[in-house]
Design a binder for this molecule. Structure first.
Ligand code: SAM
Length: 268
């Protein structure tokens, strides 16, 4: 495989672009990662240097989007950090007044595993008209995958057995080795491209917002901006969940009260 070395000054330009577009703070150790992930685009266009590719992304919005897609990290799995789903099942769902719809936002949804894990729990205890889920991510490729809801069979292991048999359909023919999320729950869900740096007033307000495993990519100023934007979409009394590996120590959260490790409630 051909290798083209990413020069230090070129890497700095990519650092600036991804920070401007997504708020992602790529540290200096990520140079090889950037080189490897973008090499396929250089090959695709038969470019001789990363400088040529920089010129391209500066004039071509679609390629800029492709670059952002390639430089985001989308690792996810079903029922990741199970304590959060236990909290949802044991404390949030039973205490939700049935007068209003239970609305959940999986912000930074990646390919949808977080949103579908939530959907399985909501659907197994609530009527279809009583809940809905929005999943958003800056990466347009993962959003396309989330809409389809087709996953490698190995991912099914993390889904509790009782939910698996109801919501996962074994793929056949061209989908052998994969499983498909039941179409019945997909109708209560919407996935769309969305940037956490922007205010999303058209989303409405939510009872529960997941913002997990994305704050780690941001510096404190960006974290503050993103958390402010997201908390703005939370109903007073609603819950906000980050990952156990993240914290809000360096930012101001006057509207939130911590109720458990990594779980917050909007109080004003
Ligand atoms: C590691 S995944 C986390 C997925 C899921 N929340 C979980 O915990 O399993 C992080 C996701 O954040 C998305 N992301 C990064 N920057 C973003 C931004 N500025 N706006 C929206 N999504 C962003 C990435 O595209 C990626 O899919």
């Amino acid at each position: 495989m051909t290798t083209i070395t990413l020069q230090e000054n070129e890497f700095q330009v990519f650092q600036k672009i991804i920070f401007r577009e997504a708020g992602i703070d790529l540290n200096d150790k990520k140079k090889l990662l950037v080189q490897t992930r973008l090499l396929k685009r250089l090959m695709h266009y038969k470019l001789k240097s990363y400088t040529d590719y920089i010129r391209l992304v500066q004039i071509d919005k679609l390629e800029l989007n492709e670059m952002v897609n390639l430089l985001t990290t989308n690792e996810t799995y079903f029922f990741r950090e199970i304590e959060h789903f236990e909290f949802l099942q044991k404390e949030l769902i039973p205490n939700h007044p049935y007068k209003t719809k239970f609305r959940v936002w999986s912000a930074a949804a990646s390919v949808g595993a977080e949103a579908y894990s939530t959907a399985m729990l909501l659907d197994s205890t609530m009527a279809k008209q009583d809940w809905e889920i929005l999943g958003t991510d800056i990466n347009s490729d993962v959003i396309k995958k989330a809409r389809v809801g087709l996953y490698p069979e190995s991912w099914i292991d993390k889904i509790p057995q009782a939910l698996r048999s109801v919501y996962c359909l074994k793929g056949k023919g061209q989908h052998a080795g994969k499983f498909l999320i039941d179409r019945g729950i997909i109708s209560n869900m919407r996935f769309q491209v969305g940037n956490l740096l922007e205010q999303n007033i058209d989303f409405g307000k939510f009872n529960l917002i997941f913002l997990r495993n994305v704050l780690i990519y941001f510096d404190n100023d960006t974290k503050q901006k993103v958390v402010d934007n997201v908390v703005d979409r939370l109903l007073v009394g609603g819950f906000f969940i980050i990952s156990h590996t993240e914290n809000l120590n360096m930012i101001k959260i006057p509207k939130l009260k911590q109720v458990k490790t990594s779980i917050y409630q909007r109080v004003i």
